[in-house]
Design a protein around this ligand. Sequence first.
Ligand SMILES: NC(=O)c1ccc[n+]([C@@H]2O[C@H](COP(=O)([O-])OP(=O)(O)OC[C@H]3O[C@@H](n4cnc5c(N)ncnc54)[C@H](OP(=O)(O)O)[C@@H]3O)[C@@H](O)[C@H]2O)c1
Length: 300
Amino acid sequence: MSENTWNLKNKTALVTGATNGIGKVTALRLAAQGGRVVIVSRSVEKCSATVDEIRTQTGNPNVEWIAADLSTLAGVDEAAAEFRARHQELHVLVNNAGGFFAERIVTADGYEMTFALNHLNYFRLTQQLRDLLVSSAPARVVNVSSDAHYGGAMNFEDLMGAQKYSSWRAYSQSKLANVLFTYALARQLEGSGVTANALHPGFVASGFGRNNSGWMGMLMPLVQLFAIKPDKGAETSVFLATSPAVSRVSGKYFANSKEKESAAISYDQTTQDRLWAISEQLIQSAQHALPTEAAASSQA
Ligand SMILES: NC(=O)c1ccc[n+]([C@@H]2O[C@H](COP(=O)([O-])OP(=O)(O)OC[C@H]3O[C@@H](n4cnc5c(N)ncnc54)[C@H](OP(=O)(O)O)[C@@H]3O)[C@@H](O)[C@H]2O)c1
């Protein structure tokens, strides 16, 4: 397909974390362009209401949901399995579901929540759907990171903050992991027709941070008075998912729909490969430790 003919009509997109904020607007915009859009978030009620809203607003009936907790590997696997049961093609995967956790939370797999939801979820979901992306090529992976990654460092000795937890460190590390993962993925996918790019959406007034109690939960609505609206915050995600201008661009970081240099460490292939290997090990260990159980529900 030439650069000028890429559009979403007759294409299938999957957007995670699409019941609120940036993901919801992203899904709506992709549906408005005529694509089949599948959203994934935790709550059956919120998924169902969001799909109704997007269908009504866009007039596109081809919008679906899968409810799954993407902070657990069983949840990610169930979401991927449900998607595969319904669809043979995937042209756009937007890994967007993420969060900020003021207190250290441990997931069902025994992993720290920020690392599990913000990184392992992106990594595992993409791996589980990778063959579909490749067989559907041209296709795109869009990973929602953050400029917070500039302040991040990969603490491989204590990735889960078990020795010392700082919410900011955990968040910026997870967003650096998004960029490292994107670049490693882009290298692996070279020549396949599947691109992988990461982005900063801007500082967006959304549900972000509001899940926390205490000072963080109280502060967020005030701080977000100075933030851009999700409509604007979704622009770079939509640009990377749909613009013909980036049909062949891969392994890059974007903000305001423009390519931008990411943190120096993000370009380090040894660090990229180290994170990749550790992510695979963590997935292996979780699978050995836990019985697989049905973790996703979906519309009939
Ligand atoms: N807002 C900002 O200023 C900002 C800045 C830079 C980067 N980002 C990034 O942008 C992305 C989206 O954030 P946002 O601001 O739009 O946040 P948001 O309004 O809080 O939306 C988060 C979405 O993720 C879903 N989600 C949360 N936990 C989940 C889980 N365990 N399993 C499945 N889905 C889950 C939520 O749905 P349910 O609650 O229904 O599950 C919701 O749809 C994140 O990756 C964030 O790091 C945001």
